[in-house]
Design a binder for this molecule. Structure first.
Ligand code: SF4
Length: 334
């Protein structure tokens, strides 16, 4: 399989939830994720960015079948035969869990305070019946703990004895113990201090290289994505608005939303600070999204066409796609 062969692909993927329906309200459809087409190349560290409420967490979970897939397909192919993720049930879904895992955002909430670190890391092996004896389980726990820079002494302790960074290493060890090939890291460094963020990112990158892993790295922070990801997809109100190799996206963003997100990244150059397009207002509710381009209520380039006609993702260059009616003109006039 080449580097660009997708490990996991979404085609027309939508996730809709019914909300309301109590005594005083009617049921409404919340369109959290809409018609997403996305290929995540095998071996990539793929960034997914957007504000809170953009649908990025729901998209990541749908790829693990941890959120309901309303329409479209997700196909996972690690070379052992393609898997139709939306159609998985019972044992087939359990088998998929060995291949595709989630690293949680909050290392404080994700770990049971009543279990030792050894038991926390060992639990997936026992639940999925991957190891047959306690000795086999212990050997695998020690192996993955060492890879995550935890030592044998740590395994006997409880989570409260650890710092945030150490707890996130325990979460990573637990996610990796079943030997998955695909990991969704959902804001996995957001709750940590900046210096610890760098430590965890370096760990994830070295694990990716050593174990040949593929990551979907979800973040609201473009500066974190810039330093770690090789591809980036930008989401707004349940849709992809731009996707490109990281360097292309940062050097030549075509969508006004991407440009606004980038201008919010602090610059080291004092002459650059405060320049660029500010992102005004709030992201609209996915229960009542605006017609036409979903970004038109906040876009300073919006025209009449934008309020009526929804733009589709179009090719802007090699592996570069954006959904804006005027992307080419805006990119030229930067
Ligand atoms: Fe802005 Fe119109 Fe482009 Fe949407 S289609 S991003 S409103 S210029």
């Amino acid at each position: 399989m080449s580097q660009n062969t997708p490990l996991i692909s979404a085609k027309g993927l939508s996730v809709h939830f019914e909300v309301g329906g109590g005594v005083l309200s009617r049921k409404t459809l919340l369109k959290a994720v809409n018609d997403i087409n996305l290929d995540i190349p095998k071996g990539s560290f793929f960034g997914l960015v957007g504000e809170s409420g953009s649908g990025k967490t729901t998209l990541g979970r749908a790829m693990l079948k941890a959120a309901p897939i309303s329409e479209g397909t997700v196909t996972f192919d690690d070379g052992d035969g393609a898997i139709d993720v939306a159609g998985l049930r019972k044992q087939a879904l359990k088998n998929y869990r060995k291949k595709a895992q989630l690293i949680f955002q909050d290392p404080y909430a994700a770990l049971s305070p009543r279990m030792t670190v050894r038991d926390i890391i060992a639990e997936p092996l026992e639940v999925m019946k991957i190891t047959k004896t306690r000795a086999e389980t212990d050997a695998r726990v020690r192996e993955i703990a060492a890879m995550c820079r935890l030592n044998v002494e740590h395994l006997r302790r409880f989570p409260h004895a650890f710092s945030g960074g150490q707890r996130q290493r325990i979460s990573i060890a637990r996610a990796l113990v079943a030997n998955p090939s695909f990991l969704v890291a959902d804001e996995s460094v957001a709750a940590l201090d900046v210096s610890i963020q760098a430590d965890i990112l370096n760990l994830l990158k070295s694990l990716q290289k050593d174990l040949g892993l593929t990551f979907l790295f979800i973040s609201h922070d473009l500066s974190v994505v810039a330093h770690s990801c090789d591809h980036v997809a930008v989401m707004y109100l349940g849709r992809l608005v731009e996707t490109a190799p990281t360097r292309t996206l940062f050097n030549n963003p075509h969508h006004p939303y991407t440009r606004a997100l980038l201008s919010a990244v602090p610059s080291l150059d004092p002459d650059d600070r405060g320049k660029g397009e500010k992102l005004e207002g709030e992201i609209p509710s996915p229960i009542a999204p605006p017609p036409g381009c979903k970004f038109h209520t906040r876009c300073r380039f919006a025209q009449e066409r934008c309020r009526k006609e929804e733009p589709q993702l179009r090719k802007m260059g090699d592996e570069h796609f954006a959904s804006c009616h005027f992307a080419e003109e805006l990119a030229k006039g930067r």
